[in-house]
Design a binder for this molecule. Structure first.
Ligand code: ADP
Ligand code: MG
Length: 704
């Protein structure tokens, strides 16, 4: 049926990866480049010229005509500007294909067209993209031909970060330095480097493209702004891990193949909780590569859907009442010689290094819970977090029975003497093998869960870059590692001090640990008693970026300057107000041009029917009358909410830009959007389906 593909041959075939470099670059150049990639050594222009030349030759063999510096500005999507390899025509009218080291290393997009949150006002508009040689270049094939894509960082003329990648690379440096320092103090003399590793599980919805085209809300905002629940939702739990339908299976096959060609390790795929919802997870990689690969994966998911007559929704909450989509960010710290600092081993209670790292992370998360929450804030996630299907907006850490028990022993007695063991799983069926269970069950409701040898941060929105949360994770962990090293370096007996610190951190930050049901109302109250922040919306979360505590943290590691943080907060407020403004305008447009006219047509049909039936004789028309009355009532409510919304939308631009405008949207506009949605959804349940002007939830999610 389907043609055979050799995965080991195709994997990475469009990537200028290590084996290609080794094969094509002169030995000396290869060595120098590796030194830059692995140790951050300076790259000379001479070396860059040779690398650029070989990269170009390789790309041309693959069919490339253009190259682009591929970067991730603060718009939330990737950006690129394409240049052909051609040079000016020679005397004979011919052109050469050329690509210099300078062109590889440095690009100059006009920074003034990208969000800079005020940095632009004080600094020049000039911006530079610089080659990130730690993430491999690749060749991309699409309708526009074939392009060599060079992953880059994007900075202003004076070096301020204007993108997601620059701070991520800075934070990787920070945690590397501090984690290696900690390892040395614990007696490790061999590891040279500590790298944050991340595997991001990507959730998405697939719907039919023709139906997508019939909904302006999906087209303009990526989510439905109106829509009544179908008679069947996800309550039967029959979609989760269910058999993948053939149309979807064909799609997934092509997605995997496209991913593999680009070196993206697409690994695990399954149906998710909601109908039409799916997930794809790669194998984890160093976080800067994981972030790039996630961007590629999202693009592939979208493009392949197009080819299959479908549309891929990456929005966090495309359908009210159905599960939203997130991106679980699995994070761990690994050394260059293969040690995972978050691996508890068989006997966690004896594993001092693990316990120290673990309690450091508890402290970091407790002290900067607001920043971690902020890193997952986007407009779509406001609809998802805390909705009984995604983690609440409160940050807490799930450790599981085994580790919680070890910590309790430490807190109570200062030492831990045993670890709870996983029991043998007995199914009661002789022919099924028995095996030892994990010592700890899973918890699906925690935003930050320890899952065996990594932490899983589950708040990130499905369409967001994973960079932001990892910048925070890396930097807050670096801070606690640094302070811990400062103490250990002063101690006479390092190992005794390590024990003290573990106990101290575990005791002082116990409040962040929560193993119960994160979806429950009781937890919200309990969290309040514990003094944990509950930042329920993006607008409330943004101020975390610019607190004195945050500025001190980021400045001390050179991850962000105060100005960069302020500019990022500014951009977030701007994005919030803009997106709400668009959503509100789309609602008004749909209500005015589609919904209200359809309802009026329906009431006319009802009224005509009443008159006709009445004229035919003395027949009871109470049903039609009641329906007409109900419909007209909801129509009236719709109109009232619409007028109010129109008025408010008119006021958005008159609000002072930034926090004020965002708050106005959150506090004034969003509630009226909800008030408009309510009667419209009621109407959808009343009006003749033939007359309803757009596909219903049922049409969208059950008929893909
Ligand atoms: P699940 O959480 O659904 O059971 P897994 O635990 O197997 O699935 O993995 C989920 C994601 O976590 C995958 O992307 C995987 O590569 C990644 N992952 C596994 N181990 C680590 C690790 N040590 N560090 C970071 N990510 C990891
Ligand atoms: Mg998982």
């Amino acid at each position: 049926m389907s043609e055979y593909i050799n995965v080991t041959d195709t994997f990475g075939c469009d990537v200028f990866n290590d084996s290609v470099m080794q094969e094509r670059l002169p030995k000396k150049v290869y060595k120098e480049l590796k030194r830059t990639i692995e140790e951050g050594a300076d790259l000379t222009m001479e070396i860059a010229d040779v690398v650029a030349h070989e990269m170009k030759e390789w790309a041309i063999e693959k069919g490339a005509t253009h190259y682009t510096h591929w970067f991730q500005p603060l718009t939330g999507v990737t950006a690129e500007k394409h240049d052909a390899f051609i040079t000016a025509p020679m005397e004979n009218g011919k052109v050469l294909m050329s690509f210099s080291g300078k062109e590889l290393i440095k690009g100059e997009p006009d920074a003034s067209s990208f969000p800079s949150g005020g940095l632009r006002a004080t600094f020049e508009a000039r911006g530079y993209t610089t080659w990130d040689c730690t993430s491999p270049a690749f060749v991309r094939h699409d309708e526009g031909g074939c392009t060599l894509c060079i992953p880059t960082a994007f900075c202003s003329y004076t070096g301020e970060a204007l993108d997601q990648k620059t701070p991520l690379l800075r934070s990787m440096q920070a945690i590397n330095v501090q984690a290696v320092r900690l390892l040395r103090l614990l007696g490790n003399t061999t590891s040279k480097k500590v790298i944050p590793s991340v595997g991001a599980e990507q959730e998405y919805f697939l719907i039919d493209r023709e139906k997508w085209q019939q909904r302006k809300d999906l087209i303009y905002t990526g989510r439905t702004l109106f829509g009544a629940m179908p008679p069947k939702g996800q309550e039967m739990d029959d979609h989760y891990f269910g058999t993948i339908r053939q149309r979807i299976a064909r799609y997934m096959k092509e997605v995997n193949e496209e991913c593999w060609k680009l070196g993206v390790t697409a690994k695990t795929q399954h149906n998710e909780v909601a109908p039409a919802q799916h997930e794809l997870a790669p194998i984890y990689a160093p976080v800067n590569m994981a972030a790039d690969q996630n961007q590629l994966m999202m693009r592939i998911l979208k493009r392949v859907a197009h080819r299959h007559g479908m549309y891929c929704l990456l929005h966090e909450k495309p359908f009210a009442g159905l599960n939203g989509s997130g991106k679980h960010n699995n994070w761990s710290l690994t050394t260059d010689d293969g040690i995972n600092l978050l691996d508890p081993g068989k006997h966690p209670h004896e594993n001092v290094q693990f316990l120290l790292v673990l309690t450091c992370i508890l402290k970091a998360v407790d002290e900067h819970a607001d920043l971690l929450r902020e890193s997952a804030a986007n407009v779509g996630n406001d609809e998802r977090l805390g909705g009984q299907e995604a983690p609440p907006a409160i940050i807490s850490v799930f450790l599981g029975e085994q580790l919680e028990d070890v910590l309790e022993q430490l807190i109570n007695t200062g030492t831990a003497t045993h670890s709870i063991k996983g029991e043998i799983l007995d199914t009661g069926v002789k022919t099924l093998p028995d095996f030892r269970k994990d010592a700890t069950d899973r918890n699906r409701t925690s935003p930050f869960a320890f899952t065996g040898n990594k932490f899983e941060f589950r708040m990130v929105g499905s369409k967001d870059s994973i960079s932001e949360c990892n910048v925070v994770l890396n930097t807050i962990a670096a801070e606690v590692f640094r302070d811990t090293c400062d103490r250990l370096e002063k101690a006479d007996d390092v190992m005794a001090e390590v024990q003290n610190i573990i106990k101290e951190y575990a005791t002082q930050h116990q409040r962040i640990v929560f193993n119960g049901n994160g979806y429950s109302k009781e937890w919200e109250e309990e969290a309040k008693r514990r003094g944990l922040p509950n930042l329920s919306s993006m607008v409330e979360a943004i101020p975390a970026l610019t607190t004195e505590k945050a500025v001190r943290l980021f400045e001390s590691f050179g991850v962000f300057t105060r100005a960069e943080l302020e500019s990022r907060a500014e951009i977030q407020y701007e994005i919030y107000a803009k997106e709400i403004n668009i959503e509100a305008r789309v609602m008004i447009d749909m209500a005015t041009k589609q919904i209200i006219p359809a309802v009026i047509r329906y009431t006319t049909v009802l009224a005509n029917s009443i008159n006709t039936v009445k004229a035919a004789g003395d027949i009871d028309v109470s049903v039609q009358m009641e329906l007409l009355k109900k419909t007209s009532d909801y129509l009236h409510q719709t109109n009232v909410a619409m007028s109010k919304l129109k008025e408010l939308v008119g006021q958005i631009q008159t609000q002072e830009e930034g926090q004020k405008r965002a708050c106005f949207c959150r506090e004034q506009v969003v509630p009226v959007m909800k008030a408009l949605r309510r009667p419209v959804d009621e109407l959808e349940m009343l009006v003749d389906k033939e007359m309803w002007p757009m596909p219903s939830y049922g049409d969208l999610v059950f008929e893909v």
